[in-house]
Ligand binder design. Structure first.
Ligand SMILES: Cc1ncc(COP(=O)(O)O)c(C=O)c1O
Length: 358
């Protein structure tokens, strides 16, 4: 069917982000790096307390922004709420990406960076992790100096590799890219413990993103934020839709930061489970990439697709990353609670014994 008005040229060329399929609830969701324990009890209580008036009114952001800013150690004018990081990335791209001008990415990385750059018709300059999944540090510094991209999106830790750029390297990147807005996407910060939020005053080219979708267990409510110096934030804030964050997300997120102990205990479980899973993969002879996030990227070789399919039939969802590497075998596994990790390890071992030689 032809459209009455043809799509914009940049829109016609877009690749799609593969959003979760239906039927995941109730299964062991190790495919999208969410919190697998479910929403925090304090958030559920806050949702139950939402008043009729609160739901009937447009949400008020200032009180929540003040509280979240205090929680993150920044000033309210240095932060704004967004409808997940996805929305934050759109706002940043709308502000700084320009048709035909460079945006730098190191792939494989989170697919939405390319999506928004492409949407705006930017010229995407792509560097790649090498065959041993090493980050091309020198090439990044060179590209920042030579190309002067308008934007560089860097997930730290990165998805799907899980690797973490150390602070010294981030400093070099921010210095080399003084004419580039450097977006450090800290979606997995709670698991890595490494943040550059404290540098937003020192580096006027730094934007940090955070989310409540991962450790905080609120992916279904959609809440993220943008953090930067007040000047950049002042330019970004008007680009948000006026009510893109809903009242339920606000109430739940405030409950999470009022009692961060639950989230911290979950993070501890995940980091222990991650080590346990890495050891188990090692015993099976499966290469797993060191990760600072709540997932592991493992290379199961030619059996990868069959493994993902068979485990899905047994109610365990993993994510194939063929699209990132141009060959089957790489599988990203979200790490959940200890009990979930142990169940996964038992299933992996069982499957591997049965199929490793076939
Ligand atoms: C690096 C990275 N950034 C952002 C997101 C999306 O976050 P949100 O749910 O807040 O939109 C993800 C989700 O997988 C991610 O891996």
């Amino acid at each position: 069917m032809s459209l009455p008005v043809p799509l914009r040229r940049a829109t016609r060329r877009l690749g799609w982000y593969q959003a979760p399929a239906e039927g995941r609830v109730g299964r062991l969701r190790l495919d999208f790096n969410e919190n697998t324990a479910g929403a925090p009890p304090a958030a559920l209580r806050a949702l139950a307390r939402l008043g009729r008036d609160q739901i009937a009114s447009y949400p008020e952001y200032q009180p929540a922004e003040r509280k979240l800013a205090r929680f993150l150690g920044v000033r309210p004018e240095q932060l704004t709420l967004t409808d997940g990081i996805d929305d934050a990335l759109r706002v940043v791209a709308d502000a700084f990406a320009e048709a035909g001008e460079p945006v730098l990415l190191v792939e494989p990385t989170f697919a939405m960076y390319r999506f928004y750059a492409d949407l705006l018709g930017a010229r995407v300059v792509t560097l790649r992790y090498d065959d041993r999944l090493r980050f091309p540090s020198d090439a990044v510094l060179r590209a920042l100096r030579r190309e002067r991209p308008r934007l560089f999106f860097l997930a730290n830790p990165n998805n799907p590799t899980g690797d973490l750029r150390p602070l010294a390297e981030l400093r070099r990147i921010l210095e080399a890219g003084r004419r580039t807005m450097i977006v450090v996407d800290e979606a997995y910060y709670e698991f890595s413990g490494v943040s550059v939020i404290g540098w937003i005053r020192r580096y006027p080219n730094l934007i940090v993103t955070r989310t409540f979708s991962k450790a905080a267990g609120l992916a279904g409510l959609r809440l993220g934020c943008l953090v930067s110096n007040a000047e950049v934030l002042g330019a970004l804030r008007p680009l948000r839709a006026p009510y893109s964050v809903n009242a339920a997300a606000l109430a739940a997120a405030l409950a999470v930061i009022r009692d961060p102990g639950w989230m911290r205990r979950y993070v501890r479980e995940v980091t222990r489970g991650r080590a346990e899973l890495a050891r188990a993969l090692g015993r099976l002879g499966v290469a797993a990439y060191p990760s600072a996030a709540n997932f592991l990227l493992a290379d199961f070789g030619p059996r990868g697709p069959a493994l993902v399919r068979d485990l899905a039939r047994r109610g365990i969802l993993l994510r194939e990353r063929r699209s990132d590497f141009g060959r089957a075998g790489w599988v990203r596994i979200t790490v959940g609670t200890r009990a979930q990790t142990r169940l996964l390890i038992r299933e992996l071992e069982r499957w591997w014994k049965k199929n490793a030689r076939s």
